[in-house]
Design a protein around this ligand. Structure first.
Ligand code: ADP
Ligand code: MG
Length: 666
């Protein structure tokens, strides 16, 4: 027998945490969140296998911690196991960075508020520093992992198909979305091969965060729910589909928009999901093939009650008071049968021993019961329910004249209440759900009426054998819809509005003077723009998004008097050939002569055609066959984003192909 080399041991144990691109991203963004970041940028190249980079604006890593930051089992977050009882950070094992080092080449650039500049460290396979050099980044930390799994060919092989890669990308996006909803005040940008795939700005609350992910029409069908249990100190809050919502829009065939968080950790807790699905399937989703309601549930429990040490990625937790047990009744019965068998085959001596034990158990149980009853009588009974505020969703619903419906709130309260009581009494799960065939039929009829009233709406029939043709009807005609063209146009619009071209530092900065611009009118535009102080030494950069989103990093060079300021292009987008002053002029011209206020109004032509190309490229990455709900989703986005304005893709090809008119008498 041979002892495994240290490197092999590292590789084996690391492969438990770092199993995929998404697990690297998860560990890195949790570190960023632990560091108090309000802006996180995740960039992947070649699906993350060439490069994964997570940049944050958090507190940075202190110089004293740097030598061990990526060495396994070094953490700045806890100092003994007792701290686990009051855990408020995502990380605590000090394993992630070390594990990533053993499966990829890692660079860490960091700067704290106390540092004068940032430093980039190159790490070796065991997380020790190989070399370091000064760098130009601002406060925060950037972790770059290159050539992931280069030493694990089998794992790489797993991702050899394009389908697997795209699935992985989607997983990363879903993960970022779930953190995005959980942390409304954190900005998140997700870039793959230099194209922005998803992003979210800082927003005031969960509602707006959810709105940006789910869209206004889905959110119009959701309501906020709060429940607090004094006794067990469990706090539930979130958004669920309204009782009489349009359940076609509030459910999916997968749980990808069923967000559950326990103490701020996104988790995949089967039993909670099952319980919620069960409730919704009985109540509302009978007519729908999609059985996963869209919802956001945030559960907060005293930290001592949760054990997150169940799986390496902490995505499953063990609740000490497992208040949502799967099916205790059957397992209890099974256990009884097994016990009876065991009893029959036991010897007299063993039986005596068990009887003795049982007696002691009973005594202890009686004592604990007595104490619990005493305590209970001391707790004042309070109704933990909170009243729903009249929220924007509510007014939205009013506007759309949705019928006033019974809120889900009392039912959910009762549901969770019954769960709690069950735990207290006999550990038997009884969930009563008011349900009748009559009401279901009534609802169905109502729904049908609504459908008829809205015949103007587009109605999806089904897809033909070709992936790019879906049969659609409107009030007056039957058409084919090409979803890829719609997606392309949507992507293009989004990129045009939001995409930020990255600016790379120029070797020779370009000084912007009157002679460069043939006059002072453009300099005056620059003069009026907001500046931001980025460094302690007083250098100012223009932070106007119309410049920065178009890849211009412009520094103010103070002159003798205010009228003699100069500006200097210090950094510029490098993804476009021959990009430069002419393009800057185009932007300034749009601002000066066309009063362009938004980013999309002042994109230079070169940027527009680059973004067109990106939109086309991204939409080609969509799967061949899109499920029906995606198409519905797309149609609603199309209506929402374009109205009747745009009816074609970036090449001007139409979304719809007219087939025939619907006969008047049908
Ligand atoms: P853990 O998060 O469990 O402590 P990690 O290996 O993920 O372990 O990180 C090790 C240490 O490196 C952390 O305890 C923290 O001090 C530091 N660190 C890692 N990432 C960041 C970051 N983005 N910002 C600030 N500090 C970080
Ligand atoms: Mg960590």
């Amino acid at each position: 027998m041979k002892q495994l080399s240290a490197a092999t041991v590292r590789l084996l144990s690391s492969s438990q945490i770092i199993t995929s691109v998404v697990s690297v991203v998860k560990e890195l963004i949790e570190n960023s969140l632990d560091a108090g970041a309000t802006s996180i940028e995740v960039k992947l190249e070649n699906y993350g296998f060439d490069k994964i980079e997570v940049r944050d604006n958090g507190e940075g890593i202190k110089a004293v911690d740097v030598p061990v930051m990526a060495v396994k089992y070094y953490t700045s977050k806890i100092s003994s196991h007792e701290d686990l009882e009051n855990l408020t950070t995502y990380g605590f094992r000090g394993e992630a960075l070390g594990s990533i080092c053993s499966v990829a080449e890692v660079l860490i650039t960091t700067r704290t508020a106390a540092d004068d500049f940032s430093t980039q460290y190159v790490l070796d396979g065991s997380g020790h520093i190989l070399s370091q050099k000064p760098s130009h980044l601002g406060q925060g930390t950037t972790v770059t992992a290159l050539r992931l799994f280069k030493n694990l060919p089998v794992r790489k092989q797993f991702y050899s198909t394009a389908k697997k890669c795209k699935e992985e990308l989607k997983k990363v996006q879903d993960l970022l979305i779930s953190y995005g909803i959980l942390k409304p005040d954190t900005r998140i940008v997700f870039v793959h091969n230099k194209a922005v795939i998803w992003q979210k700005s800082r927003v005031p609350d969960h509602r707006v965060a959810l709105m940006s992910v789910l869209g206004t029409s889905v959110m119009g069908n959701m309501e906020s729910v709060q429940h607090h249990c004094e006794e067990s100190q469990i706090h539930l809050s979130g958004f669920f589909p309204k009782h009489e919502a349009d359940h076609n829009s509030t459910s999916l065939s997968t749980p990808e928009r069923s967000f559950i968080f326990i103490n701020s950790r996104p988790i995949h807790q089967k039993d909670i999901l099952k319980l919620i699905r069960h409730y919704y399937n009985l109540k509302c989703l009978k007519e729908s093939t999609r059985s996963y309601p869209i919802f956001f549930l945030k559960i907060d429990i005293p930290t001592a009650e949760v054990d997150i040490n169940l799986t390496p990625d902490k995505s499953q937790v063990l609740l000490q008071n497992k208040f949502l047990t799967e099916n205790p009744k059957t397992s209890l019965e099974d256990a009884t049968v097994q016990l009876e068998e065991l009893w029959k085959t036991s010897s007299e001596e063993e039986k005596l021993k068990y009887e003795e034990k049982a007696k002691k158990d009973l005594e202890r149980y009686n004592y604990q019961m007595k104490k619990a009853i005493e305590q209970e009588s001391q707790i004042p009974l309070k109704d933990g329910r909170k009243k729903m505020k009249p929220t924007s969703t509510w007014s939205l619903a009013q506007k759309h004249k949705l019928k006033a419906t019974l809120s889900n709130q009392p039912k959910l309260d009762d549901l969770f209440q019954s769960q709690n009581e069950k735990r207290k009494s006999e550990n038997i799960k009884i969930v009563e759900i008011p349900f009748s065939m009559e009401s279901l039929k009534l609802n169905f009829k109502k729904q049908k009426q609504v459908d008829l009233e809205e015949t103007d709406e587009l109605c999806l029939i089904h897809n033909l054998k070709f992936p790019d043709a879906w049969l659609i009807t409107s009030k007056t005609e039957v058409m084919l819809l090409n979803p890829y063209r719609v997606e392309e146009a949507l992507l293009f619009k989004r990129l045009l509005e939001n995409h930020k071209l990255p600016a790379e530092p120029l070797e020779k900065p370009i000084l912007l003077t009157e002679s460069v611009f043939n006059g002072s009118h453009y300099l005056e535009v620059l003069h009026k723009m907001m500046t931001v102080d980025q460094r302690c030494n007083g250098t100012n950069y223009l932070s106007d998004p119309r410049l920065t989103a178009n890849g211009f990093k412009i520094k103010l060079k103070p002159g003798v008097s205010i009228t003699e300021h100069y500006w200097e292009i210090e950094g510029m987008a490098t993804c476009l050939p021959f990009y430069g002053v002419m393009d800057l002029k185009e932007i300034l011209n749009a601002i000066l002569n066309k009063n362009a206020k938004e980013i999309y109004e002042c994109r230079p032509r070169k940027v527009i055609s680059y973004l067109e190309g990106e939109a086309v490229r991204l939409s080609r990455q969509l799967p061949m066959y899109l499920p029906k709900e995606d198409i519905r989703d797309l149609i609603s986005k199309m209506k929402h984003q374009f109205g009747n304005e745009i009816k074609g893709c970036v090449h001007g090809r139409p979304f719809f192909h007219h087939l025939t008119h619907v006969p008047e008498t049908l």
